[in-house]
Write a protein that binds this ligand. Structure first.
Ligand SMILES: [Zn+2]
Ligand SMILES: [Zn+2]
Length: 148
């Protein structure tokens, strides 16, 4: 039976589902799916409300569907939006993920990401509160595999 994995956007005013790409092997049974395990924590961008929130394995939901949803396509791509920590001599990558169908270009993805207030601070993996860069050229937006 077809099934989908999704997150519900954590913005209380939005709560739209963020559909996750299908696992690599479409035949995989749900209980064997290559989906997040314990202690999984990632930041995702919601393309609906343009908010970035942190999600954990407990936020990943699965739903059985009799029929694939019309908006559901196999071509869902995962993107990684990255910049480096601005703490001196750190430069550790700070990463946010987004999922979109293949009509969304990297530039569009960055435009949506940059709707966040610049004052947003993110904790770098080495423990610094990092600001977002001022210039779009300081971001990398690249297609990636789903970060299991
Ligand atoms: Zn949202
Ligand atoms: Zn840092």
């Amino acid at each position: 039976m077809p099934y989908v994995h999704y997150l519900n956007c954590r913005n209380p005013k939005c709560m739209k589902p963020i559909l996750l790409p299908h696992p690599k092997h479409p035949d995989t049974q749900p209980n064997q799916a290559e989906y997040p395990t314990v202690d999984w924590k990632k930041f995702f961008l919601c393309l609906e409300c343009k908010q970035v929130n942190e999600y954990s394995d407990k936020n990943v939901l699965m739903e059985m569907r009799d029929m694939p949803h019309p908006l559901e396509r196999d071509e869902y791509l995962c993107w990684s939006i990255r910049y480096n920590c601005d703490e001196e001599n750190c430069g550790t990558r700070i990463e946010t993920f987004a999922v979109a169908d293949d009509s969304v270009a990297a530039e569009t993805m960055l435009d949506i990401f940059l709707c966040q207030p610049l004052s947003v601070l993110r904790l770098c993996p080495r423990g610094h509160w990092a600001r977002m860069p001022q210039h779009p050229k300081d971001f990398d937006v690249i297609p990636c595999v789903f970060p299991c």
